[in-house]
Write a protein that binds this ligand. Structure first.
Ligand code: CDP
Length: 231
């Protein structure tokens, strides 16, 4: 059977990565979290003083892109590939609300996108990949056999993300998480380079009222149909 490419795009905290991991595991495919790569560059920018609440040295960051190496290594204890920045595991460091508060500004920069898109295309060049993000079906893999576009209300998404952050031990308020979700929605959808938009041939799924099991079942059914129609 052919190894297809599955592109999952959508707004922040729509549960893309949860279902992408489940589908990849079920099919024995590689899962690539493209958002983790933008978060890794953001984390680097924070560590090196290129970005904080009051300033953003875009030129400095762009000049340093050569020094940034992002890689993934499968961790069998968690069942997915964790992200590394220049050889250091930063999987936990990149999921904070602070990184979330800067990442969309970093993801607007074309030089950053160019570097990461190239690596994403390399990672998926042999098919058999599930990749989630904002521009996977539109820019990274415009020929993907299956494209999904996930949505849910901003409030539902903020509730999910708030629960995740609290579970990880972060001290955050629901209001701050909702504000971040709405700000990122706005920046991601309105940037000039590769804005978040549904590809013409993507299937839209609103999972506001779906359980994880219902979402998985629905998407697996779409995958099976796609596999049947792919020679
Ligand atoms: O998990 P969550 O929905 O919070 O977002 P993410 O997938 O970790 O992505 C974090 C941010 O990276 C997004 O808000 C976008 O600004 C950016 N991103 C992007 O521009 N293009 C992608 N393919 C993936 C993420």
């Amino acid at each position: 059977m052919k190894n297809i490419t599955i592109a999952i795009d959508g707004f922040s905290s729509t549960g893309k990565s949860t279902v992408a991991k489940q589908i990849a595991k079920h099919l024995g495919y590689v899962y690539v979290d493209s958002g983790a790569m933008y978060r890794a560059v953001t984390f680097y920018a924070m560590q090196h003083g290129f970005i904080d609440k009051n300033h953003f040295d875009v030129e400095g960051l762009v000049a340093s892109l050569k020094a940034i190496t992002i890689s993934f290594k499968f961790n069998k204890d968690v069942g997915f590939a964790e992200v590394y920045l220049n050889g250091t595991n930063i999987e936990k460091d990149i999921r904070t609300l602070e990184v979330s508060s800067f990442v969309s500004k970093v993801a607007e920069i074309s030089e950053v996108r160019q570097k990461l898109v190239e690596q994403q295309q390399q990672l998926g060049k042999n098919g058999g990949v599930v990749m989630d993000g904002r521009d996977i079906g539109t820019v990274v893999f415009p020929d993907a056999e299956l494209k999904l576009f996930m949505t849910a209300s901003a409030e539902t998404r903020a509730e999910r993300r708030y629960a995740e952050l609290i579970e990880r031990g972060e001290t955050v308020s629901y209001e701050a998480v909702l504000k971040n979700v709405q700000e990122r929605d706005y920046i991601d959808s309105n940037r000039e380079d590769s804005p978040l938009t549904k590809a013409k041939d993507a299937i839209q799924i609103d999972n506001s009222n779906m359980s994880l099991q219902e979402q998985f079942d629905k998407i697996l059914q779409l995958v099976k149909m796609t596999l049947k129609n792919t020679i």
